[in-house]
Structure formats: C-alpha cells, structure tokens
Design a binder for this molecule. Sequence first.
Ligand code: GLC
Length: 680
Amino acid sequence: MNSGGCLGISSRKPCSNILILGKKSSIFGSPLLQRGHSCEYNLSKSQLKLCYSSIKANCSHNRKILGFRRVIDSNRIVFGGSGSNWGQSKFFLADRVKKNGGFGSVTANVASNIRNNSNSVGSRLPENSFENIYIQGGFSVKPLIIERIEESQDLFGKDEEKGKVDEVKVNDGTFGDTDRFSGAEASEPTLGIHVSEVEKEAWELLRGAIVNYCGSPVGTVAATDPADKQPLNYDQVFIRDFVPSALAFLLNGEGEIVKNFLLHTLQLQSWEKSVDCYSPGQGLMPASFKVRNVPLDGRDGEFKDLLDPDFGESAIGRVAPVDSGLWWIILLRSYGKITGDYSLQERVDVQTGIRLILNMCLTDGFDMFPTLLVTDGSCMIDRRMGIHGHPLEIQALFYSALRCSREMLTVNDTTKNLVVAINNRLSALSFHVREYYWVDLKKINEIHRYKTEEYSSEAVNKFNIYPEQIPSWLVDWIPDSGGYLCGNLQPAHMDFRFFTLGNLWSVISSLSTDKQSEGILNLIEEKWDDLVAEMPLKICYPALEHDEWRIITGGDPKNTPWSYHNGGSWPTLTWQFTLACIKMGRPELARKAVAVAEQRLPGDSWPEYYDTKQGRFTGKQARLQQTWTIAGYLTSKMLLRNPEMASMLYWNEDYEVLEKCVCGLKNGRRNCSRLAATSQ
Ligand code: GLC
C-alpha cells in the first residue's frame, strides 16, 4: 500500500451519509456546491426531508461531502469558528491505480468555518511539507484531513527512524529530549543498543502488524496469527489494542504512526452508524477500524483505500466501546508528553474531539453517582461478564481521561464551563472511588457488621450492601495488609472480584490514594501465585464458576472458568503493571513479572491470553501473534530500561483537585477527599 496516491474514504452504510448544516452554515453560500466541484452526496431518507431540496441540484451521486460537519451544540458552533466566509481548500483525490499508476487531484472549495473546525494547523505547518487531504463523508462527520508527511520530512528529521516493516530498528528509548521528535535538533537516535533476540523478534512482529492507509502507517492490527482461518475482527485496528503499540513506537522515537492514528480515528469519531435505526451519541469513538482496499466503481483495475469503523454495530454482542474515546484522550496526551509535539493537541479539530468525548461522558442523566454508568462489556472485557453498571476499569480510564483533558484543553470562553465540570467531576469521582470501592481487611470487617435498610443521608451502609454478599473466597484471600478497589459498585451490589486493569490504572492515574496504591501492589505481590503465577496477569480474580458462571455470563463457552475474560491471564497487562510499579518505586516487581512472560511468550507465539488457574496453557481460542501481547512486552522492557520516560505516562496526586472538592460531605462529617487522600 505504498503507492503514491490513493483515495482515502471511509465506508458507511449506503443510507447513512447525510448532510446537516449548522445553524450558521448556508448551503447556498457554498462555492463548493455552486461551482459544482467533485462533491458527492449520499442522503438518507430522513435527512432528505431536511436538506434534499436545497442541495439536490448540487449533488452528484454518492459518498463524498467536502467541508461539512454536523453542528449540534452551541459550544461546538463557537468552537468551530464563527466566520461565514468560505475559503478554498485543497482536496486531494488520489485513486490508487493498479494498472496504469498515477492519480488525480482536484481543488475544491471548503467552507472556512468548517476548515477552522477541523484544522487549525494549516498555518502552522510549512506549506510544502505536508499534503492536506480533505475527504469526508457527510452527516456528523468531520472533514477528513490527512497530513501526508513527505518522504523527506518526518517528525524526527530522520528517515531511518520511520517504522519499516522489514527492518528491526530499536533505540534504547532514551528519547527524553523532545527535540528529537520535533525535528528541531536532528541528532541520530541511539540505534543498535543491545536488545535481546526476543525483543528483536517482537519488533519484527510488531512492524509486521502495521496497517497502512493511503501509504501511511495508521495503526496495528489486533493479531497476525498466520494459522487463523477466521480472523473475525482481529484483522482490524482496535483503539484500545493500539495503545501499547503506540507507546512502543513512541518510546522508540517513532511518532508518525501515532499521530496518523490519532488523526484518523478522530475523523471516524462522529460517524453515524446505527443499531436497529438508533444511533449512538455524537463523540463516540469506534472500537476498531479496518482499512479496506476496494475496487473503484466504474474504473477497471483501480482501487481505493477505505476506512471502515466499527462502533459496535458489527461487534459480537453489539457492545458499546465506551473505553475507546477515553483511550484516545490518554494516548493523545502521551503523544504530546513523549514527543514534545503539543501542536497536535492544540489543533482545533483535536480540541473539538476531546470536547465531544467529554460532553458524552459528562452529560446529565439519571445517574446518582459521579462514576460512569455503562452496559456490560463496554471495555477490554467486551463480553457479558457481569460488569454492567459502574465497573472500575471504566472509572479509572474516565478519571485518567479527565486528568489528561484538564491538561490539554485550551481554556477560553467556550471551554471554561467544561473545565469547571471536569474539575468538579475529578474531585467527586476520586472521593467516591477512594471511599466506597476500597476493600481491605478492615473494610470487609465493617461490611460484615453492616446494618442494612438505613434510611438517612447519614447512613453508614449507603449502598445497602447485605453482608451476605461477602464471598467466601474473599474471607481467606484478603491479606492482612494491602487491599484493592472492588470491581463494581451500585445499589445493593458490590462486586468483590479483583479486576487488574482497573486497579492498575487507578494506581497510574492516582485515582487511588498513594496509600491505596501501595496496598494494591502489596496485594499483587502477596497474591503473586494467584495473579501472576505462570503468566502475568489475571484479567480478574477469581473466575466465575458453576451456577455463577451460568447465570452471570449466560453460559458463555468462551468465558468458561479460568479462561479468556473469566479469570484468564493476559500478558498485555504487563505494561500497565510495569508502569504502576515504576510509579510506586517497585520496578523489581515488574521485572519479575516481565521475566516470567519472557520465558514463554516467544515459544508460544505471543498468544492473546492463557487459560487455567495458574495460566499454564495457551488460551483455548487465543489468537497467536497477538499484537498487544507483543507491544505490551516491548513497552514494559523499554519502560524498565528508562523509568524516567514512565513518569510522562503516570500522574501524581493532584492536590488542587482535592482542595476543590465539591461533594456534599464537605460540611458534613468530614472534609472528604482531603481526608480520604491522606488517611487510607
Ligand atoms: C477481544 C478482547 C478485546 C480486544 C479484542 C482485540 O475482543 O476482549 O479487549 O480489544 O479482542 O484484541
């Protein structure tokens, strides 16, 4: 896919390409439409009612709409720029032509307010170093802007630092100096440091998983299992799976693929896909996307690249990818931190993307708690596992994404209310989780003696947890010291299972207090044989068995006890463990886990997950050469080699947020967050 030109578009259902004009937009004012440049529309029936009569004279056929996006809220209108001028933008249309090569390009006019909406970087970038490609769909889609980095230019000013599929180039990860990324100082990377054969193999496999779109790397597929006859969606780029790949690339001094990924997924963000005629909220990020190379209509032998997102409408069980947007924000911040290229997060389209995700998360609903209410399977565990409600993993990612956004959002009149909302939510969320999710011996003892049916705002047992819910395994399992955050909490329901990702990410983001974070690592160390054993790390502990398995998973044959999401061991979690350990000053613990993984992963062909209590067997249905297993291993190795890089990826306690605590308890029993932060 390295041909010079190709047409990049995103696929959508034929009926879902719709154009809605923002309040300030005028279809008649568009030179684009008036002059009849290559503007193609595919309107849904419902939308035809709204705008067909206005635009049909200007439309031809289907698919591409230039320069419009749905404008829904007032924030967005302001954010999108208020000018009603229409500017001219370069529309790059380059079909990959298999037979005769070559490509065509057209220049089309795009509404300047839309351009402002979508690209603030134009003036910042040297005119001749990027090709701006504006291609897009319609309704609720941002103009697709692809910055094609020319051969002679890259983020590092060094061609050889770009990812190449067939070469293993590894540096020692000491790219702390941001100049290397910005290209301001084009020094040689420290290539050729000693890396083990295992790492070399891992790099080769990781590079082999790279997916190109219009000739540029945009992500890594979930798995490249050569024996897999039925890849399902493992040949797609998953947002969550790409995070460790992205970190491995960033730590190795390669930023282009990450930047491309962030921009492309941003363009997919607001695409209208629906399940049973109902569309998810604007701002949802897809779970994954696939790059398809499809023949061009009516042009023999010509092909185009097509980005096809999946918002859950094709996913098994139709799960909603709540975590995708949160991961996207987290990765965006990591990109800035590691490369020093903050211009990406400052772009108006990127800022709008952050705001859309946050708006979705912060919208008022029926919730009583500061935690996010989600359906089952809305995160890494994307099958029914009884984690609907307020699962810890989502809360920890939510908290991290809020902290990232607080750092990245440009504060102005449009965003100031959002920033206040973020601060309030951070404060309430940390109080809620620290106070109510924490489980240790003392707390279990308290629950054991809980009174129930307390009707009062002063109730001790606020969630009316019946002591009978304390599972028998926990009584013996909980160590004398240490503890963890429970998996889920809602009325009369406390899920006492230990979920690794949520706990690790709480440590990383300082959602847990320092003392709690220490307690979590102590517990992992103490329960090593249960949580690490022969392969790090258990996704959750313990497994659901017998009737619980039947009732809670619905008898899921993939999630049988001690397999897959139900107590399986997932090596990809090692990088998050490594990060948490480095943050808490315990790298030796991470080193031990990485050593365990290293012993088996290459021999077993880098499986997705392991089965059995001790993680002895390769998972029954595990894909081999699973990319996030490989990338997680590499990221762990690089973080351990350069712990100072890790500090860019975790957060310390934010006392400012605690000071601003807005929860109702402030004037009550105690000054909550402060106390919770220091007393646990
Ligand atoms: C499985 C996992 C999910 C992952 C996907 C691709 O569905 O449950 O977390 O993103 O595979 O690897």
